[in-house]
Design a protein around this ligand. Structure first.
Ligand code: GLC
Length: 741
């Protein structure tokens, strides 16, 4: 009697996979290519989303004759999208390996972008840790879980630079700075891939969305991107380049056009930059039907032209839409497409499969009882560490926080106070019901007898029925903790907002509670920066809690009651109002700068709000007090072959030890093109014990000063520079030097 799939999974013996060089995989791929028909080659260029795939969004309607099994058995599928259950993965792989003529294994890919079975904080939150080591360790642990699901590749990291919080996908980004983005992007790749594809615990990564998808006009999803080549190269490419330099296995093209041409068929970015300038040798996959969407972009008449334009531009693998499957063979036969272009793409795909060991063990990463590998104590502890470092304390007047653990009655109010809906968008296999809510976290830490809880209202809607109860509860308490924000479904893909307010009647609830004149601590849950102006004025303390995943409530409770000291720094500016957008720290000076960002007649400013954000990039408070002093640079003139050493002393003048993210910015006093007023070039997270000081040193060289100049050459020119070192992008401790080549 045939064994069940579960029984077959139990009998699986994982063969060791061989670590192979690029040369070896190239040779192996070439050997196999010789045996392949044109149709089989094209089959390797298609990613299928079978009915079992858990994909949201626009569904690609497969024609009846295109059943998954039929396509796989005919060798017309190269990989599978978003199938995450082991039994289905096993079933589909078995078809490919045993039924197709050449038995070429499939690879399986899905979006495990901030966790797998364990929910880690959303990426924008983890970016606020300014901690590449934490990101690498977290991704290593996430890879451990992914590598026990049967998947081979995760569609992560997303490294689109973002400056517009109306875009729902800022939640999966590393924020607004090119340098922070590049440092974290490389850490993601190192953590997932671990420099060894043959490892049973590493997974391949995918750098997305190439290119500049974070600059979608108006923050509107799937919208147009239009910028100069200098803006692209200077600010938007850093994250992608860092991934390529870190050896990322693949790139995903973006939905948008760049310079009028859809990224998925854009030769300038796919061949000129990625292949020729960066010498990238991994594979390029489209986004979900982004190739077919060129018809709607109106840059291709039909699917046949989509296939032609995409292969000529260098797209190796088409996700879900089938223009390659349906038109490439005829395009080659007609002579409009050289078969060598097909071979180039198929070599990339086969090399990848040899590299990750699929030919050694097609059932790699498949386990009968995978749950035993999930949510291990070390993974949950790491998720908590990541949550602790992601929280940003935006306000703390009169040392309202940390709270004493006993003593006072606490009114915990708000729709997010006892919510476990804190996984965040792209939650993969994490489960809300396994997340620790704020109330649970607080009860675990201090017991429940001093906590009075009521929601007061919903996140959305205009039901005020709960206000009276909330006010009554608050009246009987000594302090109020108000947990407000967005629903986690309000950010992520296809979740652009035209407003950035805290929705529903939550703000009204806050105002009603404020009228009681009790200490008001506000905790904001969101996938993006929101408008917090009223809270900045009227609360006593604010914690930005993002969506922190499994350990959300335990991390927040630990910070609230002083077991942990907040250390997060904003990776993205918080505007006063959506009308300020785009507002980001590294803006240009203009020809009529307003003296301090305030209103000044006939100067670059608004008549009704300042130019600067409510909370700037790099900002975040601590329970400790850090003072910066003694900024010293070791030379006044930096030559081409030299390094500049910068040292600064930081004193922790408080009674609480804490971690500080020391930030180093430069300003070029004048250049052949306009340059930002600040440019982050170094940061370092350092622990400084109570009443101690530390000397922190950075070294920079000419490459840190380089900028694309009037001739589009990345160079520092012979210019005067200012160094700023401090705790956020408004750092004012400075020193000056000149660069002289
Ligand atoms: C989506 C997203 C992309 C994701 C892909 C596969 O549309 O744009 O980030 O990796 O489809 O799920």
């Amino acid at each position: 009697m045939e064994l069940t799939i579960q029984q077959q999974l139990e009998k699986l013996e994982h063969k060791p996979t061989t670590s192979r060089s690029k040369t070896e995989t190239f040779q192996l791929a070439q050997e196999l290519l010789k045996k392949m028909t044109l149709a089989e080659k094209i089959g390797q260029m298609f990613q299928l989303a079978p009915p079992e795939a858990n994909v949201e969004g626009l569904k690609w309607e497969h024609r009846e004759e295109n059943s998954s099994a039929k396509l796989i058995c005919e060798g017309k599928v190269g990989s599978i999208l978003s199938v995450t259950d082991s039994e289905t993965i096993f079933k589909l792989q078995k078809l490919a390996v045993e039924q197709s003529r050449l038995g070429i294994p499939l690879f399986f890919a899905a979006d495990m972008i901030h966790g797998c079975r364990t929910g880690f904080p959303i990426n924008l939150a983890m970016a606020c840790s300014f901690d590449p080591d934490l990101i690498e360790r977290s991704c290593r642990q996430i890879a451990y879980e992914v590598a026990h699901t049967g998947l081979n590749l995760t569609f992560s990291p997303m490294v689109d630079l973002v400056r517009d919080p109306r875009w729902g996908r800022v939640m999966e980004s590393n924020g607004e700075d090119p340098y922070l983005n590049s440092q974290l992007a490389a850490a993601y790749v190192r953590g997932y891939q671990q420099g060894d594809y043959s490892s049973a615990y590493s997974v391949a990564a995918c750098c997305k969305h190439f290119v500049a998808y974070g600059a979608a006009e108006g923050g509107r999803e799937y919208n147009t991107v239009d910028m100069s080549e200098r803006e692209l190269r200077q600010h938007y490419l850093s994250g992608y380049k860092a991934c390529a330099d870190a050896g990322v296995a693949s790139f995903m093209t973006s939905f948008n056009i760049y310079d009028g041409v859809p990224a998925t068929a854009n030769k300038f970015i796919l061949r000129d930059i990625l292949r020729n300038e960066w010498q990238y040798d991994g594979f390029v996959i489209s986004d979900y039907t982004s190739s077919y969407e060129m018809i709607d972009h109106r840059t291709a008449r039909d699917a046949r032209e989509v296939a032609l334009q995409s292969i000529v531009a260098g797209l190796d693998h088409e996700m879900v839409s089938m223009t390659y499957l349906e038109h490439l063979e005829e395009l080659v036969i007609s002579g409009e497409v050289e078969e060598s272009l097909i071979d180039e793409a198929v070599i990339h795909m086969l090399q990848f499969k040899y590299q990750i060991g699929l030919f050694d063990d097609p059932y790699k990463h498949l386990y009968a009882d995978r749950e035993q590998y999930m949510r291990l104590p070390e993974t949950l502890n790491l998720a908590k560490e990541a949550a602790l470092k992601s929280v940003v304390m935006l306000k703390n007047d009169n040392q309202t926080l940390p709270l004493a653990k006993q003593k006072q009655k606490i009114a915990l109010i708000g729709p997010l106070a006892d919510s476990n809906q804190v996984v965040g968008a792209w939650g993969s296999l994490a489960r809300n019901e396994e997340c620790v809510s704020l109330l649970s976290g607080m009860k675990s830490l201090i017991g429940g007898e001093n906590i009075l809880h009521t929601a007061g209202c919903d996140i959305l809607g205009n039901n005020r029925d709960g206000f009276a109860q909330a006010i009554a509860v608050a009246k009987s308490a000594d302090i109020i903790i108000l947990a407000v924000g967005e629903d986690q479904s309000m950010s992520g893909e296809a979740k652009s907002r035209a407003y950035l307010n805290i929705p529903g009647v939550q703000n009204e609830l806050a105002q009603a509670l404020k009228a009681l004149n009790k200490p008001l601590i506000v905790i904001v849950f969101s996938g993006r920066p929101l408008e917090l102006g009223w809270y900045a004025e009227n609360s006593d303390a604010i914690l930005q809690a993002w969506f922190l995943g499994n350990e959300s409530g335990s991390a927040l409770a630990s910070i609230l009651f002083g077991d942990s000291n907040p250390s997060g720094k904003l990776a993205m500016s918080f505007p006063y109002t959506v009308g300020q957008i785009p507002v980001y720290y590294n803006q240009y000076n203009t020809g009529r700068p307003s003296p301090n960002g305030e209103y000044s007649e006939y100067r670059s400013c608004y008549i009704d709000v300042p130019n600067y954000p409510l909370y700037p990039f790099g900002y975040g408070l601590s329970y400790s007090k850090f003072e910066y002093m003694d900024l010293v640079i070791d030379k006044k003139v930096l030559a081409a072959a030299q390094q500049l050493t910068v040292s600064v002393k930081i004193c922790n003048t408080s009674e609480i030890s804490g971690e500080e993210v020391v930030q180093l910015y430069i300003k070029c006093k004048n250049f052949s093109v306009a340059r930002p007023n600040r440019e982050l070039k170094r940061f370092k997270r350092v622990m400084i014990p109570t009443n101690c000081s530390k000397i922190i040193e950075f070294t920079i060289d000419k490459s840190d000063l380089a900028y694309y100049n009037a001739e589009m050459k990345s160079t520092p020119e012979n210019r005067d520079y200012i160094i700023y070192v401090g705790s956020d992008s408004n750092a004012d401790l400075s020193a000056e030097f000149s660069y002289l080549s």
